[in-house]
Design a protein around this ligand. Sequence first.
Ligand SMILES: NC(=O)c1ccc[n+]([C@@H]2O[C@H](COP(=O)([O-])OP(=O)(O)OC[C@H]3O[C@@H](n4cnc5c(N)ncnc54)[C@H](O)[C@@H]3O)[C@@H](O)[C@H]2O)c1
Length: 275
Amino acid sequence: MAVDILGYAGKRVVIMGCFSGTGEACARTLVALGAEVHGADIKPSPVDLASFTQVDLKDPASIEAGVAAIGGEVDAVFNVSGLPQTFPGEDVVTVNFLGLRHWTNAWLPRIRKGGAIVTVGSLGGMNYLARQPLLKEFMDNPDIASGRAWYLANAERAGDPYTLAKEAVNTWVQQSAPALMERDIRINSTMPSPIDTPMLNDFRKVAGDAVLSAFAKAKGRYSSAQEQALPLILLNSDAASFISGVCLPVDAGLSGGLATGVLNLQQMIAEASGG
Ligand SMILES: NC(=O)c1ccc[n+]([C@@H]2O[C@H](COP(=O)([O-])OP(=O)(O)OC[C@H]3O[C@@H](n4cnc5c(N)ncnc54)[C@H](O)[C@@H]3O)[C@@H](O)[C@H]2O)c1
């Protein structure tokens, strides 16, 4: 008999962002692993799920209605939705952080003991420890409306909204982990390098091909949606029962190389530009 190391058979899980890309791949695999998968997204999911609920992460009423519609208790929350910088900055910080935090907080009383939360961040958020005072100001806003207003008033100082939101995700994960562990609930994030999904075209417009290829250099290609979905599934599984407060790079070694100085991003970008 096969051993169910991940332990998803019969588990009830909810996934935000299952219309396309990483979230769709994640939802398909969770269904295949025998979980009861409840999906949500602003657009309908192509996956055959236990239920699908339309939720707009920009709208607190839609988030709360979505949680109530799915209802009941869950073992795992997967936060995969995201919005690139080609959208208005206040929407980018909302979908990538403020809305996902609101959604997760609405689920918290419904997460069973032994449960877990995982949120997709980005390598773009890897410098979160260097910007803690600014992130504290942003994150101290208790709700979506005040967070959006803060961003609009501080946009210049805050810089790129995608980076701000992904740095906030990592900070939130690490700040929340100790208190959640008292309830035997884990919380983690991943930091992907570029993924071959619909969002990549938006990043091409913002950053250009040279920067994207530099970020993909470690393995010579972008990751697939499935290569990002499986680490999310691992982090929320029974196999990760002692892992919490971790921001896991899923980047084929890129960030480790940069942190230790064996890789130099500026040089890699220059090489990728043919310079
Ligand atoms: N593609 C990349 O290169 C890359 C790199 C690093 C991190 N990421 C992150 O990976 C995650 C998954 O993105 P992806 O690459 O699979 O792209 P994707 O565009 O395929 O998926 C994004 C999902 O977010 C959903 N979404 C957008 N606005 C929403 C809203 N208002 N409410 C609810 N859902 C909404 C979309 O409908 C879609 O299903 C995101 O958090 C993204 O920031 C992507």
